[in-house]
Design a protein around this ligand. Structure first.
Ligand SMILES: [Zn+2]
Length: 154
């Protein structure tokens, strides 16, 4: 697959939100309050709503994208680039391809995806769009911040 194809696959944010929503529903979403597994999706605030008790879960909540302000589109393109291409890509190149001004957020995104891949790969195939438990995500945040501070000290 040519690089261009990845970008054509995810032309805009709306397409990516739809796709992430579908992926999460396919993976199975369990209501934290009542354990029900059927949800509807509210496009107005990007939240899933439990069909039984009405409790809401945000689109990014529990995924590697949680706590990030970057567009879902960046994440999806980046995950594809990192899992489907066998070429090693520099973060600068990814930043350039995405057309993002700042290096830092892209760096952080790549580190998080790498950590999710590495840890999950021990047991499962990568399911970058699946739900991770909050502790795991906190660990990832901590690790990335630690790595980040080490890097800036150098
Ligand atoms: Zn519920």
């Amino acid at each position: 697959m040519e690089l261009r194809a990845y970008f054509e696959k995810y032309p805009d944010e709306a397409t990516c939100i739809e796709e992430l929503k579908d992926k999460r529903l396919q993976n199975g979403l369990i209501c934290r309050k009542c354990g029900h597994d059927a949800h509807s999706f509210r496009r107005t605030d990007l939240k899933f709503q439990c069909k039984k008790c009405g409790s809401r879960i945000s689109l990014r909540s529990g995924t590697v994208m949680e706590n990030s302000n970057l567009p879902v589109r960046y994440w999806m393109i980046c995950i594809e680039l990192m899992t489907l291409t066998h070429k090693k890509m520099s973060i600068l190149k990814i930043q350039y391809l995405l057309g993002h001004k700042r290096y830092e957020p892209i760096w952080l995104m790549v580190q998080k995806i790498k950590l999710v891949m590495r840890i999950r790969d021990e047991k499962y195939r990568l399911r970058a769009y699946s739900q991770f438990d909050p502790e795991f995500l906190q660990k990832i945040d901590k690790l990335t911040l630690e790595k980040k501070s080490k890097k800036t000290q150098l």
